[in-house]
Every structure is written in C-alpha cells, then in structure tokens.
Ligand binder design. Structure first.
Ligand SMILES: Cc1cc2nc3c(=O)[nH]c(=O)nc-3n(C[C@H](O)[C@H](O)[C@H](O)COP(=O)(O)OP(=O)(O)OC[C@H]3O[C@@H](n4cnc5c(N)ncnc54)[C@H](O)[C@@H]3O)c2cc1C
Length: 428
C-alpha cells in the first residue's frame, strides 16, 4: 500500500490525515511540536463566518459549518471530549472595501441565510453599539481618531455564524479520529529534507536522521509552509506567494449586557473584529487596517510571543469606540499567533510541479473554519491526481455532502489569477 506523509498536525493537517485514513490510505502525520494543534491553530479566534469574496470561499465555509455543528458525526468515532460550536450570529458592518452587495449575491447563490440591517436595527440588536461611520481606521495618536462620525452604518447579519470553543481541541479531535481510522502520528519529528527522484517525491528526512519513504506528501506546515516548499524545491510555477505574519488578539471582559456569548462583529470600518466568549469574555482581533504596520516575519519562530501594550491598546480602544460600554484595561492580555498569508488572502489547496507533493497552505488567518472540508478537498485532489487527472487543466469538482453544492477547486489553485475581489485583509 502507498504511504501519504502529512507534514503538520495543526487543524488542517489533522483534517487531511483523517480524510486520507478514512479513504483507506496509509497515513503518517509528522509534527515537530510535542502535541497536536500547537501552531497557528492554538492561537485561532476560531470564528466561523461566511463572508468570503469568492463563490468557492462562501460555499466552503457554509459546508464546513454543518461539520462543526454535528462534530461527533463528522469525526465518525468516539474520541473523548469534543470541542463545541457556539452559534452567536455575526454582524458584518458596512464598509466600501468589502461591499455588502457582493456578499448578498454570493449568499443567495449558495443559500446562506442572512438579514440586511440598517443602523436602527443594528442598535436594537447589539446593546451599546455606536453605529457611526469612522472610516478610514486611524492610529490612536492621530488627532482625527476621536473625530465625529460622518455617517451611519448598517450591517449584513448571518444568524448561523459563531465560533468553535477550543481550536486546539478541534485539531486534537481530528487527529484522534485519524488515528482511530488507522493513521500514525509522529510528534517531535521535524522534517529537515524532502527527497525526490525522477520528478516525484519519494521521502522525507527527519531531524533525528531517520528517513520516511512516501508516495505522496502534503505540506500542511502552516506558517512554516514556505520553508518546507523551499526544502523540496517547490514553488517555481506558483502565481501566488505565501508569507508569515505576526498577529495579536486581545482578550478582555465583554461590556455589561453584551450577551454570553454575545454576537460576533466584523468591523473593518474601525479595523477590528470582535467575538464573545462564553463566560463573559471578548476577543478583539485586527483586520489589517492600512494605518497599522504589518508585522511580516522571515522566520515564524522569531515572532515575539507576548502581546504588546501598543497593539492591545489600539485594538481595544477601537473596539470601545464601537461598543461604548467596553472598558480598556491597562494591562495587555491576549494571544499572539502567526498567519500564513497568501498574496490575495485566499488559501492554496493544490498539487505542485513535483509529482506527489501537495500543498494546503496560505490559510491567511481565515481557514480554521474550513478545516473539516479542506481535509475532504485534499483527499479528493490526491485521489484524482494520483489516478491520472490533470487537475491544472481540469480542476477537481467537489460535491459537498451537507449542502449539495459543487465547489470548483480550481479556485484554490497555486496558479490561479490573483483574487482581485479580495478585501486584502484577513476577511479573505
Ligand atoms: C491569531 C489568529 C487568529 C485566527 N482566527 C481565525 C478565525 O477566527 N477563524 C478562522 O477561520 N481562522 C482563524 N485563524 C486562522 C487559522 O487558525 C489557521 O488558518 C489554521 O489554524 C491553520 O492551521 P494549519 O494546520 O495550517 O497550521 P498550524 O496550526 O500552524 O499547523 C502547522 C503545523 O506544522 C508543524 N510543522 C511546521 N513545519 C514543520 C516541519 N518542518 N516538520 C514537522 N512539522 C512541522 C508545526 O509544528 C505546526 O503544528 C487565525 C489564526 C491566528 C494566528
């Protein structure tokens, strides 16, 4: 039997391992960390939303949502304590950069339930919200930061959005299910070399000097994915690049009356996203507003792991501008993670120019939610390409089990045209 090696036991690699194992293939997952889900996955805000700029993006997120909702069924076996999906609804505040009309037309095509709200409805549904339009986002030191609003915002509301309670546990659940389906998990195993012969991958070399022979390899190395591609000499025909970026997410107490957990809010007008946490917490992340310097990294391992006072204060003050009862604590608390950012903030799920070498990379801070379906995408691509399909010329068409949608996987090609409809931010 042929062997698939999956590099990376984050939520994406664990999901791919599960689907390959479920398809009856021999799978070995290797991860350099001492546990499952300790990379980007552990820092994830795990928001599940459907506001993507492409049809394939919306359809994938909508299909995945059904997997999270029936998580035990998705896993297909008993793996102990499960992560939970919390349905909170999400209000995406209006912003010209990501026009509401575009999402509405995609939602209609895919069948995502939604409501269009004016500012009055927004105030009625989110206690204490300031519906002012403050665009563009500004730095705290900018004298115009506190300028009056120049208009009022409405929102696009999706009642079925929410978040996954414990992203690391989600990866652990997937990995445990993969093992139950026959996959082998090797932790503390760093891939330091990729061997090929005759234009085909044949094995990986590990840091301890051992070699694993393989017939296919999947790069699911998250922010380290570019490094693995370089080791394999892969990437020459990619039109889309990937690059690691450091990110902070502030953790604060939700304002009184916000709800437990309150509704999630995407607020590009002020440059933040907010999501409640059961127990009275609120997570505040950034949406890469132009005024903030982006923290690109050459090496993900060099990311400063501590939240900084400057980013914390900026993010939480912006959030407090929107949720007027929110207080800004004096001490920075939160998590730091690294995104694996693709040029157009849209992931790459594809084969490569090296036969047998596949990539599930460039997840751009927005693919946790899609992980259950990404495993199925990769299993379908691998099975069909290994069976002789020219996926570059005739991309796999994926039939989604829950929604009945057909998703053209060419949308995630390494050789696609840059997605010009992208918001150019984590929203995809
Ligand atoms: C702060 C933050 C907030 C986010 N919020 C959201 C959100 O709200 N919603 C959403 O959908 N997405 C969100 N994301 C994105 C989401 O979390 C990621 O897209 C997803 O977790 C990526 O998973 P992964 O398995 O590809 O990568 P990772 O979890 O990073 O896993 C990669 C694994 O590969 C291993 N590895 C790397 N190189 C090697 C090697 N050479 N040998 C062996 N092992 C190796 C690493 O140890 C790691 O465990 C967020 C991400 C961050 C950082």
């Amino acid at each position: 039997m042929s062997t698939d090696v999956v590099v990376g036991a984050g939520v994406i690699g664990a999901s791919i391992a599960l689907e390959l194992a479920r398809a009856g293939r021999r799978v070995i997952v290797v991860d350099r960390a001492g546990g499952v889900g300790l990379g980007s996955t552990s820092a994830s805000s795990a928001v599940v939303r459907f506001t993507f700029s492409t049809l394939a993006g919306v359809a994938t997120a909508w299909e995945s949502r059904f997997c999270w909702q029936d998580w035990g069924d998705h896993l297909g076996c008993d793996v102990g304590e499960l992560t939970r999906f919390e349905r909170t609804g999400l209000a995406m505040l209006d912003v010209d950069l990501a026009p509401r009309a575009r999402y509405v037309s995609l939602f209609r095509e895919v069948g995502v339930p939604h409501e269009e709200w004016d500012s009055e409805m927004l105030r009625a549904r989110i206690p204490g919200i300031d519906t002012g339009r403050y665009w563009p986002p500004k730095r705290l030191g900018n004298e115009r930061f506190w300028a009056d609003a120049d208009g009022e915002l409405g929102a696009l509301y999706t009642p079925d959005a929410g978040y996954v309670s414990d992203p690391q546990r989600a990866a652990q659940n997937l990995a445990a299910a993969a093992v139950r389906h026959g996959a082998e998990l090797r932790l503390r195993s760093t891939v330091v070399g990729v061997d090929s012969a005759g234009g085909r991958v044949v094995g990986v070399r590990l840091g301890d000097g051992t070699t694993l022979a393989c017939d296919t390899l999947v790069n699911a190395a998250g922010p380290w994915s570019g490094r693995l591609n370089a080791l394999a000499g892969v990437g020459g025909d990619f039109t889309i690049g990937v690059r690691p970026m450091r990110q902070e997410v502030a953790h604060v107490a939700a304002p009184p009356g916000f709800g437990d957990p309150g509704m999630s809010i995407a607020d590009m007008d002020l440059g933040t996203y907010l999501r409640g946490e059961r127990g009275g917490g609120l997570l505040v992340g950034g949406t890469e507003p132009e005024c903030d310097p982006l923290q690109w990294l050459d090496d993900p391992d060099e990311a400063n792991p501590s939240p900084t006072a400057a980013v914390f204060e900026a993010q939480v003050t912006r959030a407090a501008r929107r949720l007027t009862d929110l207080t800004v604590p004096s001490r920075a608390r939160g998590v730091v993670g690294v995104y694996d950012v693709a040029d157009d903030w849209t992931p790459i799920y594809d084969r490569t120019e090296l036969d047998g070498y596949y990539v599930a990379i460039g997840t751009s801070g927005n693919q946790f939610k899609n992980a259950p379906v990404v495993g199925q995408f990769m299993a379908a691509i691998i099975e069909q390409v290994e069976g002789g399909l020219d996926h570059d010329a005739q991309p796999v068409r994926f039939l989604a089990k829950h929604t009945g949608l057909t998703i053209d996987l060419g949308a995630f090609s390494r050789r696609r045209g840059v997605n010009t409809g992208s918001s150019g931010t984590v929203l995809g």
